[in-house]
Design a protein around this ligand. Structure first.
Ligand code: ATP
Ligand code: MG
Length: 298
């Protein structure tokens, strides 16, 4: 029997867990995730959160076992490529790219290797957990290689003599460096995404999703935006406004007891850098404040 509660899968523990949890919280979902349970009930909405290994999420969404899932694009794309190679379809709907889980899938070789391009890895052994994405990269270059499939600890493969190079996820590069490897090629850039099961959902569930999406959008937009306030000499208003990023329509207010200056308030699409603030000051602006925004709805 189909449950009436919207089911969302997230990674139980790992790099996407905390941000996924924070996303639910910021959308107004009340959840108690402290317990070690597979399913957590949202107290104030008809939603259940399923906590699983990230590798299980594409399958659960595709089969409609859950309605939504949060997963890295890298995993999604890899599953799609592997299934396509086996002639199996894979259709999930990507609803939204999220602003966390950023990483890149990169080729890395031992530091002492003189890397001159992908050609120098032709025919070599490359250890990876992402054989599909790796093969696509080399196919596009018309080069062959030997894939060494490793589920984890890919970075130790060259030193252990298992491979000549690796293809692994990188965010800072610290792990590569610690293992005497250097990043030589980025083959895929990834972020976390919210995906939906391919089959249409009940009206009630769809309505709930339509309510959640603007909230996610509002949170992401707010994180990127700032509320800027400053005092500006009236005759420099135009020059000052043109320095503010994404500030087409500022609010201008009279200052009590000062006819030469006005107060300018604006929501900016990005933060103000010190350099811009210094230029604003040089134009005569004063009392410049840059405030974070918690939520937005347009
Ligand atoms: P699980 O136990 O759920 O299978 P895992 O070990 O496969 O976990 P994590 O290492 O927690 O997965 O990574 C989950 C996702 O986080 C990755 O698929 C990727 O999209 C993203 N990610 C972001 N930065 C990194 C990084 N530096 N290394 C690996 N993954 C990263
Ligand atoms: Mg995994």
């Amino acid at each position: 029997m189909e449950t009436q509660r919207l089911r969302i899968a997230m990674q139980k523990s790992g790099r996407l867990s905390q941000d996924s949890q924070a996303l639910f919280k910021s959308c107004g979902l009340k959840i108690n995730l402290r317990e070690q349970r597979l399913i957590a009930h949202v107290e104030n909405m008809p939603i259940d959160i399923l906590r699983v290994r990230d590798d299980d999420i594409p399958g659960l969404v595709m089969e409609g076992v859950v309605d939504l899932g949060i997963i890295g694009e890298n995993v999604l794309e890899e599953v799609q490529l592997i299934r396509a190679a086996q002639g199996q379809p894979f259709a999930v709907k990507t609803l939204k790219q999220l602003d966390f889980g950023g990483c890149r899938l990169s080729l890395a070789v031992p530091e002492d290797v003189n890397y001159t391009g992908p050609e120098c890895l032709a025919g070599k052994r490359i250890a990876t957990s992402y054989p599909g994405l790796l093969k696509r990269f080399f196919d596009e270059k018309g080069l062959g290689f030997k894939s060494v499939m490793l589920g984890g600890s890919v970075e130790v493969a060259p030193r252990a003599g298992l491979a000549d190079a690796i293809c692994d996820l990188v965010s800072t590069g610290a792990t590569l460096e610690a293992n005497g490897l250097k990043e030589v090629e980025v083959i895929y850039r990834s972020k976390a995404v919210l995906v939906q099961a391919p089959n249409p959902l009940s009206d009630a569930k769809q309505k709930l999703i339509d309510k959640l999406l603007p909230r996610i959008q509002g949170m992401q937009q707010a994180r990127e935006s700032k509320y800027i306030m400053l005092h500006a000499p009236k005759d420099k208003l135009e020059a000052i406004t043109s320095l503010l990023p994404g500030a087409e329509r500022p609010t201008i207010m009279q200052l009590a007891g000062d006819t030469n200056q006005v107060a300018l308030h604006v929501v900016s699409s990005e933060t103000l850098f010190w350099e811009t603030m210094e230029r604003l000051k040089a134009l005569g602006a004063s009392s410049i404040l840059v405030l974070p925004i918690e939520k937005m709805m347009e």
